[in-house]
Design a protein around this ligand. Sequence first.
Ligand code: DQA
Length: 149
Amino acid sequence: MSKRKNLRKVLVIHGPNLNMLGKREPAIYGKTTLNDINKKLENLGKKLGIAVDTFQSNHEGEIVEKIQDAMGKCQGLIINPAAYTHTSIAIRDALLLLDIPIIEIHLSNIYKRESFRHKSMIADIAEAQISGFGTLGYNMALEAISTMI
Ligand code: DQA
């Protein structure tokens, strides 16, 4: 594996209420905790030669700042903006600062749920969207992004 490949860095951002995974509506989101998801991503990252940085916030501005901070530091971004998916022009605008592949991910299938969840503010600026595969979706996203960067 080349040195450059070793240096690939992917940022994974989890939006509001995802810190409550495991306790939060388990029938929809499952019983796996965010810590478990992050650990699995870090382990998969090691196999793929990717350094995975994970971040969760319940605050829109903090997510915007984390995205700004990723400029020039990451080769790929995986983001589950949670409820901000459907509302946040600020997160969309921050993502537009980045010239790297972005994968949007949702645990649940947002199109099978309430109509207000059918609209994503970032779907048209993401490389791809993964929705409805539960926690497996995160691994799929990391595998996919590793082929893009
Ligand atoms: C979610 C779907 C959103 O509609 C919701 O607000 C979330 C989680 C998902 O992962 O399925 O918080 O992004």
